[in-house]
Design a protein around this ligand. Structure first.
Ligand code: HPA
Length: 263
């Protein structure tokens, strides 16, 4: 990790107020910020690379109204074979640059029957069904009672309301994938309290909470696992729908950073 940080410092990155990790199809978020520096993950010493289509694999240093942003365009998934330590590296890098807030995004299958394909969901809470925890062996017990910062969520809702952008709210259930769910699994995940399901996000959020960062999360509902709209979904469709959601979230996020970020 030190090599990674030294390399980024050489690139002129000295501080980052906010970190953003983009999920499948979310790379358009970068269009909302002024990009100052762009580094391929493959150029960064000791940094993993994203192997999944729809993940650019670039670290961008961006600005928005004097706030500095580390935008990780492309994440590392457990299903790619990465360890929890590798998956959570972006969060640790953000903390080492004095980051205060992590914005996490993903593509997810809808479990709440009132949801529709293309909905943007603000994550209120999560249920962790991953087989491993990134804090295993660390002897730490961070509270997860306000994992997705309540105050920031209210601000995001207010901005979305003013802009006329409809958002859903709900509980994200995360597990390892990469196989998609059976009908019985989607039903099970709904019964246990999930509104959306995906294969990411939770390891990074746990690490962020252990490092004292505030977290805000968005899911793009790219397909439905429940109800009449349930059908097989291709990775291309997931990317296309997530991209539409990224444009809505980007607009909200930009305003939040400009209007409310003050940590
Ligand atoms: N299940 C799990 N992950 C997903 C889904 C899904 O239905 N859609 C997008 N990511």
């Amino acid at each position: 990790m030190q090599k990674t940080i030294d390399f980024l410092k050489q690139k002129g990155i000295s501080k980052a107020d906010i970190g953003i990790i983009t999920g499948s199809g979310w790379s358009k978020l970068e269009d909302f910020f002024e990009i100052k520096e762009r580094v391929k993950y493959s150029e960064i010493p000791d940094f993993p690379v994203s192997s999944v289509k729809g993940h650019k694999g670039e670290l961008l240093y961006a600005e928005s109204k004097n706030k500095s942003i580390l935008l990780f365009s492309g994440r590392f998934h457990y299903y790619e074979g990465y360890s929890m330590a590798e998956i959570t590296l972006p969060v640790k890098v953000l903390k080492s640059f004095d980051g205060k807030v992590l914005v996490i995004t993903n593509a997810a299958g809808g479990l709440n029957p009132s949801f529709n394909i293309g909905d943007l969901m603000l994550i209120e809470d999560h249920i962790n069904l991953f087989p491993e925890n990134p804090l295993r062996g660390k002897g730490e017990f961070p509270s997860m009672l306000d994992a997705y910062d309540e105050k920031i969520r209210k601000e995001i809702e207010e901005i979305a309301g003013k802009k006329g952008i409809k958002i859903k709210k709900g509980v994200y259930v995360g597990w390892q994938g990469p196989s998609l769910e059976t009908k019985a699994e989607y039903k099970f995940l709904r019964i246990i309290g999930g509104d959306a399901v995906g294969m990411s996000t939770i390891p990074e959020v746990i690490m962020a909470k252990s490092l004292g960062l505030k977290v805000i999360g968005f899911s793009a509902i790219t397909n439905m696992g429940i109800g009449e709209k349930r059908k097989d979904v291709s990775h291309e469709e997931v990317l296309k729908v997530a991209q539409e959601c990224a444009l809505k979230a980007g607009e909200i996020l930009k305003e939040w950073i400009e209007k409310y970020f003050s940590f």
